[in-house]
Write a protein that binds this ligand. Sequence first.
Ligand SMILES: Nc1ncnc2c1ncn2[C@@H]1O[C@H](COP(=O)(O)OP(=O)(O)OP(=O)(O)O)[C@@H](O)[C@H]1O
Length: 297
Amino acid sequence: MIQVRNLTKSYKYKKILSEATLNIEGIYGLIGPNGAGKTTLMRILAGLVSVNEGEILVESDKFQSKDLKSVRNNIGYLPQDFNMYPKATVFECLEHIAILKGLKDRKERRNRIEQVLEQVNLLEATKQKVHKLSGGMRKRLGIAQVFLTDPGILIIDEPTAGLDIFERIRFRNLLREISKDKTIIIFSHIVEDVEFLCTKLGIIKEGKVLAEGTPSEIAQTSSGLVWEIQAHPDHLPEIFKQYTVIDIKQQDYNLLDIRILSEQKPNKATPLKPTLIDGYLSIINGWGIEKDEPIKI
Ligand SMILES: Nc1ncnc2c1ncn2[C@@H]1O[C@H](COP(=O)(O)OP(=O)(O)OP(=O)(O)O)[C@@H](O)[C@H]1O
């Protein structure tokens, strides 16, 4: 469990994070639009950036600490594109990193490397050069290097960016498997990633935490706001002006099924069961949010 309390971060006069409070546990997803402050928060948690105000309390079976620097060894960070030592083989790359991480004993180090490669299903690629790996394999190599020291907390930036559908599913399954004894924090603007993986979510916009809850609790915040309307493609510009459009499906050449958010029931609209993306967009749009108060779910 990581408790982030009233975290404020400014660069010069610009506030990037404003009294952000989060209770991070399980597989936790932090989502928000571009510029929301996700990367900044991630870098703070990874111990790479300092804060102006607030505190972070890390609790796990292993320790309890308010000082992130002292627990850095228990935090593994996987950046969006792991591409260290591109000319080295997978094994050489892990060996370099293991040495940097202080695994001094040669035999122990080699055993550990084999263990982590097996864990992420990369044993067969041991001798392949890093730059020749597919995007998904590189992600798995990223996880392998993080696992060398078996951290209790894993921070992952955009887990499935650049992966095809098969690698996406495979990588999500890997994360689910390894999450059993770890806290995993996923930073993403792909709602689908967090929907399938995360047990809890935080929504952040312009440096402020707008809501925190399970995916279904977040979805429920848009209850009564989600509708399907049907319209001719020529009417789309008008519909975009009037409503927040979530999805459009072509029924035939002349008819579209359009999923929208609206506080009032539009003419001839059918109410729909809310999903996470509906809840996310309604929160981002500010519906049901008291000014400056996070949604209490
Ligand atoms: N070192 C810095 N100096 C000044 N401003 C910064 C710095 N780093 C980030 N910012 C600003 O902080 C704001 C939040 O940036 P951040 O990268 O944390 O957002 P984000 O949610 O990760 O966005 P994205 O999804 O686009 O990556 C942006 O307006 C950005 O310009």
